[in-house]
Design a protein around this ligand. Structure first.
Ligand code: ZN
Length: 331
């Protein structure tokens, strides 16, 4: 049976920032591929801007690209999220596990936490895996993400979100007292900004309570397309971005974060140029599609589109143009 076309505005919208579930497995990724292949509606190309955040979802990305009948519906993003930055190191020399975690976590991890943490992962090797995937699937359009800084983040008792080796279901979301030092987060972030800059691609950026230092750092790189995802900084900080980065800057807005902050959303809608706005779900697409909650998923995108439109009229075709523009550097 031929696939049906999505209705407006969905046919013009795109999800500029979405995820695999942190507990996603290869089996679930196979189910996701099947659900997307079998879905009765046709997704427009470049609909899902799908982030990776660590070493496990990178494998899921490879499997998904392998199994999708039309892999062009996905724009893959490659990144180490600040919530997983403690698992990675940037130097050529590997420290031993204890030294590594003692140097990046404050306070240092308890013995219990240390036992759950994996051997530190080389971000250089992680990047070469990314490059292998790009080559293997002949990917022409991709981004760097999710990357960023998060001052509020604390390491979960499980060592990291979705750790498959942590068996205590009831405690898995509890947090330890250890934080990832901001210097370490910054090292991981800088490494990836340089990568995005060298590749001249868009970077999908997460920021919690570190808007000033993040801005200062990002502004050092002139060949990056900046996508501030679910932006929660102040309106003054947004104005600073707009004043100094005249092009290649986008604010990607989600219903569940930005849609809930009506005051900021109204200010953003009135401050940003319509050509700088993107929509995103910032949710786990595998959960929605495997469990056949497609309607709920699409409502996230329609929800933020409608809220934006309640403050100023934005055509869905404009949002489509923005998405396509956000994939290459504009001089
Ligand atoms: Zn995200």
């Amino acid at each position: 049976m031929p696939k049906q076309k999505l209705d407006e505005p969905l046919i013009n919208l795109s999800d500029n920032h979405c995820h695999f579930h942190p507990e996603a497995t290869i089996e679930q990724t196979l189910e996701l591929a099947k659900a997307l292949n079998d879905y009765q509606y046709e997704f427009p190309n470049k609909f899902f801007h799908l982030m990776t955040t660590q070493h496990i979802d990178l494998e899921c990305m490879a499997v998904l690209l392998d199994k999708l009948e039309n892999e062009d519906i996905v724009v893959p993003y490659f990144g180490v999220h600040p919530w997983f930055s403690h698992l990675f190191y940037t130097s050529n020399e590997k420290l031993n596990k204890l030294e590594h975690y003692n140097s990046v976590l404050s306070p240092p991890p308890s013995e219990e936490l240390l036992n759950l943490l994996p051997e530190p992962i080389s971000i250089i090797e992680h990047t070469s895996k990314m490059k292998d995937i790009i080559k293997r699937y002949n990917i022409e359009v991709f981004g760097i993400g999710e990357i960023g800084l998060d001052k509020l983040f604390r390491v979960p008792n499980a060592g990291f979100l979705g750790n498959p080796n942590y068996k205590n279901e009831n405690e898995k979301d509890k947090l330890s007292t250890s934080r990832v030092k901001i210097d370490h987060q910054m090292n991981i972030f800088k490494y990836q900004l340089k990568l995005a800059n060298d590749l001249q691609v868009q970077a999908s950026i997460h920021c919690v309570k570190a808007h000033g230092i993040l801005y200062d750092e990002v502004m050092k790189y002139s060949n990056i397309i900046v996508v501030l995802h679910s932006y929660t900084g102040s309106i003054d900080q947004a104005r600073r971005w707009l004043k100094t980065k005249k092009s290649n800057l986008y604010f990607s807005l989600s219903n569940w974060i930005n849609g809930e902050k009506e005051e900021l959303l109204e200010l953003l809608a009135n401050t940003l140029n319509s050509s700088q706005i993107l929509t995103e779900s910032d949710t786990y697409i595998d959960k929605y599609f495997i469990e056949h909650k497609e309607g709920e998923y699409f409502n996230q995108l329609i929800g933020i589109f409608e809220k934006l439109n309640s403050y100023k009229p934005i055509d869905s075709l404009q949002l489509k143009t923005n998405m396509l523009n956000s994939l290459s550097i504009i001089d």
